[in-house]
Design a protein around this ligand. Structure first.
Ligand code: ATP
Ligand code: MG
Length: 439
């Protein structure tokens, strides 16, 4: 792609409510823009990142035997009355009416709709298990939408629901999904922890959360220094107020608090801040019983499905990558999430020679399946400094700078993470880049 043809409205200004780096840099890089409170548009670069994350989630789930579906975003309130959640979901659930005064809900989650879908279609234990998922819009009228994509009102979630003939089989799937989630977050290049969690409003028992470690995280988790154990503090403190007051503390303040509990392995526990990017629950028959969803078991008897549910905050992940990977200049994308691997920056695109060499490098990298953008912009304001400023805020892993050194047969390669640059001979630049992107 050529920069001159892409809509990338970078800006130096951010609104005062954008306090977190991910929020600021995603706005400044023109990845997203705000449409209203908790409502965001994805511009071309933001959309590429979102799709990359979505594809990694999809590939791993498909590989684990899950089936992708897509449910209607608008659901009749009748479904929610049957499960009793029309009452309990409260104001987070946005209700709307059609022209005939029928009541609907903008899906905040989809347990009810998925149970209705499977009910009477999966009839026998022979048809089980089945795991259905979608990567679809959710709406939650959050009391405090904030931090950009981290807590939106409209957001993209992967939600999956599995149906089983026995509890043992449901637990097997729960464990499989834990492993699948670990693969997904590892592929995204994230530093994360799996922790024991509270089952909350969804109910049931057996629940784990996946937290991206970041000092700005809204949640507080306890992790063991010796083993892989971790727990959300919700599971340890009795009262919500106590949990809230700890969550209010900054990472630094938490470090001075003593943790009295010890890990069962004997190791020391310490506090970390985390961003919840995934949550898996063992539901049991909570929804299948209340919605009367049954199958025929081995003895020909009707039995309510054993269920589990599995969520990933796909749009929250876009911001989580940046919360964990940025510097004072902007974003630093991981290799699997970056919109482009290489930015070929033509220092002065009015110089025919520079533009031609840059274009050749760009074409060759593309032929080698390396996703590349060519900064060919040539307005007066598009100085080398301006282009480097954009490169730093946009955060692609590498830049190739085609500029003055060309007369000596050299170009420069910049590593976004370290901001170190090295001179490379023009005739070996493609091989050089092929080599570094592999690692
Ligand atoms: P939170 O405690 O952060 O509000 P939750 O427990 O309400 O999350 P779930 O119902 O488990 O979330 O939803 C599954 C996943 O969807 C979460 O793990 C999170 O990554 C994501 N998610 C939830 N609420 C939002 C939101 N308002 N904006 C973006 N992502 C969200
Ligand atoms: Mg919530």
């Amino acid at each position: 792609m050529k920069f001159s043809r892409l809509f990338i409205p970078t800006t130096k200004e951010t609104p005062s409510d954008a306090v977190l780096p991910s929020h600021q840099f995603l706005l400044r890089g023109g990845f997203i823009n705000q449409q209203g409170a908790g409502l965001y548009n994805y511009l071309p670069l933001g959309k590429i990142v979102l799709e990359k994350i979505r594809n990694i989630v999809k590939e791993e789930l498909d590989d684990a035997g899950c089936n992708e579906v897509q449910l209607s975003f608008v659901t009749p309130i009748a479904l929610w009355n049957k499960s009793g959640r029309a009452e309990t979901m409260g104001k987070e659930m946005l209700r709307i009416q059609d022209r005939h005064e029928n009541d609907f809900v903008l899906s905040p989650t989809n347990e009810e709709a998925m149970v209705e879908l499977v009910k009477n279609r999966v009839k026998s234990y022979k048809d089980l298990p089945v795991n259905l998922y979608q990567i679809n819009t959710k709406f939650r009228d959050e009391a405090r939408p904030r931090f950009g994509l981290l807590r939106g009102r409209e957001f993209l979630m992967k939600d999956a629901y599995s149906f089983h003939a026995s509890k043992e089989d449901m637990v097997r799937e729960f464990d499989l999904m834990e492993e699948t989630y670990k693969k997904i977050f590892t592929r995204l290049g994230l530093d994360f922890r799996v922790v024991d969690a509270d089952s909350g409003a969804i109910g049931g028992n057996g629940s784990k959360e996946f937290h991206v470690l970041a000092n700005s995280g809204e949640d507080t988790i306890l992790v063991c220094e010796d083993c892989s154990y971790g727990a959300n503090i919700e599971t340890i403190y009795e009262s919500d107020d106590e949990v809230d007051s700890i969550n209010e503390l900054s990472y630094e303040e938490l470090q001075s608090k003593e943790v009295t509990q010890k890990c069962s392995c004997g190791g020391k526990l310490y506090f970390k801040k985390g961003i919840e990017v995934g949550h898996i629950f063992q539901l049991g028959d909570k929804y299948s019983s209340s919605l009367d969803a049954k199958f025929q078991d081995e003895n020909g008897k009707p039995k309510a499905f054993e269920m589990a549910t599995f969520g990933i905050g796909v749009s929250r992940l876009v911001a989580s990558v940046i919360e964990q990977n940025h510097d004072e200049n902007g974003c630093i994308w991981t290799k699997s999430t970056t919109p482009f691997m290489v930015d070929v920056i033509v220092s002065n695109a009015k110089k025919e020679n520079e533009l031609e060499v840059g274009t050749n490098i760009y074409n060759e990298l593309k032929q080698n399946n390396i996703s590349t953008i060519l900064d060919d912009r040539k307005e007066k304001k598009h100085t080398y400094g301006f282009k480097m400023g954009d490169y730093k805020v946009l955060g692609f892993p590498y830049a190739v700078i085609v500029g003055k050194k060309l007369t000596n047969g050299l170009v420069e390669v910049v590593n976004r993470k370290t901001l170190e640059s090295i001179e490379v001979a023009l005739d070996s630049i493609v091989e050089y880049i092929k080599d570094i992107v592999k690692n």
